[in-house]
Design a protein around this ligand. Structure first.
Ligand code: MN3
Length: 198
């Protein structure tokens, strides 16, 4: 197969009690795997079969006939990125240069927290909330369905999956509780710093 499911960066119990093993059993083993499987079916025998995933996403973004390829490729990428955005004992206010940068861009960490949460809650239906770097400025954006800031001239730093499948088993319809927990207990700030240095 051309594309494969990247390994989770932690054990499935690592994010408990905030995100359960049950959620990861579905979200990683079923949803993420299905995007990989469908992508492989769609690109078989096409020019996209030999490309890097990021190139497939960029090449198919604006072609209505290749929407299926784009959707599955972007979801493969978005999910891999999302797994790395979390870690055991993560979340809370970062420190050092990263905190200073958030304060410089949003005034206070609390302002950042509120703005990120607001983006996650106001994404109507399925999608993603993101912290991105637009040249020297940090911004919060949201995308629908499989849309990804990867295709724009900005650098994704952090994302929260707000498709219902990301939180329904653990939080049911309470997206606000899931997003607050994500920020308070799960964010992998080391990964955000790594993305900033690119
Ligand atoms: Mn998802």
């Amino acid at each position: 197969m051309t594309f494969s499911l990247p390994k989770l960066p932690y054990e499935k119990i690592a994010l408990e009690p905030y995100i359960s093993r049950d959620t990861l059993n579905f979200h990683y083993d079923k949803h993420h795997q299905t995007y990989v499987t469908k992508l492989n079916e769609l690109v078989e025998g096409t020019e996209f079969a030999g490309m890097e995933l990021e190139d497939v996403i960029r090449e198919t973004e604006n072609d209505p006939d290749l929407r299926g390829v784009f959707n599955n490729a972007a979801q493969v990428w978005n999910h891999t990125f999302y797994w790395h955005c979390m870690k055991q004992n993560g979340g809370g206010k970062p420190s050092g240069d990263l905190l200073a940068l958030l304060e410089e861009n949003f005034g206070t960490y609390e302002n950042f927290f509120t703005a990120f949460k607001q983006a996650a809650l106001t994404q109507f239906g399925s999608g993603w909330a993101w912290l991105v770097a637009d040249k020297d400025t940090l911004k919060i954006v949201k995308t629908s369905n499989a849309e990804t800031p990867l295709t724009q001239d900005i650098t994704p730093l952090l994302t929260c999956d707000v498709w219902e499948h990301a939180y329904y088993l653990d939080y049911q319809n309470k997206r606000p509780d899931y997003v607050e927990t994500f920020l308070n207990h799960l964010v992998n700030w080391d990964f955000v710093e790594k993305n900033l240095s690119r």
